[in-house]
Design a protein around this ligand. Sequence first.
Ligand SMILES: Cc1ncc(COP(=O)(O)O)c(CN[C@H](CF)CCC(=O)O)c1O
Length: 363
Amino acid sequence: GLKKYFSHMSADIHMFPLEKWLSCEEQALKKKKKLLEEYIDPQGVYSVRQTIARFLSQSRGVRCYPEQIVLGSGTQLLTRQLTKLLPKDTIYGLEEPGYQRMYQLLKSEDRSITSLEIDWKGIRIDALQASMANVLFTTPSHQFPTGAIMPISRRIQLLNWANSAPDRYIVEDDYDSEYKYDADSIPSLQGMDGASRVIYMGSFSKSLLPGLRMSYMVLPIPLLEMYRRSLHFLMSSCSTITQLTLQAFIETGEYQKHIKKTTKLYRIRRAMLIDKLLDKFGDCISVEGEKSGLHFLVSFDIDRTEEQIKRQAEEKGLLLYGISRFYNQSVPPRKPTLILGFANMRTTDMDEAVGLLWEAVFN
Ligand SMILES: Cc1ncc(COP(=O)(O)O)c(CN[C@H](CF)CCC(=O)O)c1O
């Protein structure tokens, strides 16, 4: 198959402390195997939610009780549950370019969606105010896919928007907020919200492994009450074993150690990759969104389409993703722009990867 050097969707399994994970699993199973005999709380094991609530408060300034946390196997599944708590005629505002799988999911649920323009600070307030949206999905830590980091000023404007009409909510998708390089980490919107307007969503897919399918949302109290009334029949969608193992992994400090180690390593990989790209391509490329997260964008000042570059790359055995896939309701930019991930790019592969990219673009 195609080489996935630049994939923004895969993690580097070699980075994952499998031995430590397995010993946490063994410890959790020995101590709490009783829990496996029954169906646990639909929101997830309470003690696991206590651990996550503590971790969120320390790392992201999220203020919540464990009762407000719902664990789910993936952000999309949690979003499906969330849409059931909101009026059928809710209009969802999504960033454009944005997380197309969220757009496709909401579309598949026959929800009405309006795509909203972003700029280098994230979602544009004028576009939001001009729209009919009442629930906004936004990725303020590291806008997906452009990487924009939303400054505090814009966050305050967003909260003002949410508080100026009764049926408004902000879904803060904080999917890869663990990784910051040249930007100091800005506390979550949820932590700044005093009025239960922010639904905080997070995932362990980027910081640990997508294959764990461990994601979570923090519901404001009014929505939690609705969840309890209308979705109490649901069973937890995450494996109890994975939940208990994750709890042990966090409680023993292994999670924090892993984030520190991977941040250090990803910082080096990202800097090296950008240097090699600039060496090779010079001023025919521009890099953006590299200050945080596990990918950045590279646009090429050449007379070639994204499709042509992708196809050429496939000829050479290299998988590439263009930014066009993230434009749901508008025309993508003319300049070919690629989303380049580096979480799965070992330094020993870099010269080959950049060489293949060069051939895909210029041959
Ligand atoms: C904006 C955003 N919010 C959440 C997730 C995490 O989802 P989950 O693992 O289900 O918790 C991703 C994950 N990123 C996708 C997979 F890597 C990108 C796919 C593509 O580009 O089609 C994401 O981009």
